[in-house]
Design a protein around this ligand. Sequence first.
Ligand SMILES: Cc1cc2nc3c(=O)[nH]c(=O)nc-3n(C[C@H](O)[C@H](O)[C@H](O)COP(=O)(O)OP(=O)(O)OC[C@H]3O[C@@H](n4cnc5c(N)ncnc54)[C@H](O)[C@@H]3O)c2cc1C
Length: 515
Amino acid sequence: MTADAQVQGVPQALAESRTRLPPVVVPTVGLLVAGLALWGWATLLALVWHSPAWVTVPLHTLAVVTLFTVLHEAAHHAAGSLTSVNEVLGRLTLPFVSPFGGFPAARYVHLTQHRSGSPEHLTPWNTRGPAWTLPARWATVDLWYAWRYLSTPGRPTAESAEMLGMLVFLPCVLAAVVGTGHGWELAVVYLVPQRLALTLVSWCHDWRPRRRPTGYHQMHAERPSQPFYRYAAIPAPRAPEPPASAAEAAPAEFHPLTVTGVRWLTGEAVAVTLAVPDGLREVFRFAPGQHLVLRAEIDGEPVERSYAICACPDEPELLVAIKRVPGGRFSEYAMGLRLGDRVLARPPSGTFVLRSQPRHVVAVAAGSGIAPVLPVVVHLLETSPRSRVTLLYVNRSGDDTLFSAELSEYTRRFEGRLRVTHYRTDERDPSLRYSRGSRPFDSIGQALAISYERYVPGGLDPGRIRGLLEARLHPAKVDEWLLCAPSEVAGPVRDALTEHGVPDDVVHVEHFHRP
Ligand SMILES: Cc1cc2nc3c(=O)[nH]c(=O)nc-3n(C[C@H](O)[C@H](O)[C@H](O)COP(=O)(O)OP(=O)(O)OC[C@H]3O[C@@H](n4cnc5c(N)ncnc54)[C@H](O)[C@@H]3O)c2cc1C
């Protein structure tokens, strides 16, 4: 066990839930090839060799069920770490499974079901109503998907356009085939096997698990992005830990710490260094991402507030960054702290810590939200040479960005393992006009490091978040997420992650303030 993991209150040795995927998952591609080959062979049997329908329909049905499996894998980004592979496989297989809709739209509806948790991730349409109507419901579940999507407002334009395009295009092709006198062939080769396959899949994956939950469905609800063939190897979910006893949960006592440094980070934020007496070193040992509760007597009343520890665990002193909240009692008081002042501090606590040493972490921070994120990121990059971090950092302008110089220094030091995108909501911010040619570099390394920081005008709005999650930062390429920002930024990010099926246990959220 590492020294950090021994710190009280830090989750220890949690099981890794995300499995790394190869760029293309071979068993899934194997299923695709098998499904297409079977479909093609059954079609030849039906149309060229005129085999009877009772021979070809079951073969076509089996082929569609196989292709449905590939479609489902692609919807969960489990067909490979490459987004393009999942997109191609999803688009290729969907028309075999249903003529009504586009792959991104179907994926959205399915992931929304997962988002509502088990067992509700099962399609409700398939389990409601009198028993005699169920087979008809199962056979038409794709129409429910289409209706569900079309009644959801505010979906991205490209996704809706693809959905509507497919909704018009495929039924028109089918109508044309019927119009040319091939209705019977269409029914035998395409329509009947497809409805039978949907009936089978709905019965097996929606109706049956409600009555008799299976290990597969439980695993899939908890780890939806695992490829199908790995379920057997996943250990059964552990029972939740019993709640901590009242004695364990009781707040620890406060200790006086001396202010040994005060540095203005911006006009509205101050970094305060606190010395830890030798006798309290063990008590104040912390994991990156944990915070202190500071206490001060303000206007005759004790006021306690939490502040993230911005130092790394091997540093001899504690450091907190406090941003002024206009009219705020403690933060206004902290702006006046001087060297030698004494502040009461409770020993470190908090669970804003990484589970393991993930390969790729994406951190989203806004304003003072960088305070707990920075030590987690730096500690990871220092201790795990194979890890990399993408930081999305939202601020009004460069003038009120905390730790901007330190971040630039870290991007240089970690040589591409730390990439920062600065979102600046004040579009007049000079950094946005900043170009390579306008600043002298001391070395080639320094010049190259500039590319690890990008400046983007505007905030991190839901559209941007979705765009990132669907491409560069697709959840399949990210092992853990750190999120510390006000609700207007954190809320949409959290929603988008849930929408993309990211399990809660790899998303670490720190709330500074709930209005
Ligand atoms: C785990 C944790 C870690 C934290 N780490 C940091 C940190 O590293 N740096 C830091 O600057 N702050 C941090 N905070 C926030 C900090 O604890 C205080 O809430 C903040 O400094 C305001 O306290 P105050 O006494 O000045 O304001 P208060 O007197 O409590 O509030 C004054 C007004 O401001 C509003 N308000 C309070 N806090 C905020 C806020 N954060 N944003 C917007 N409005 C607010 C209140 O609703 C009230 O209307 C952290 C909070 C938590 C829970």
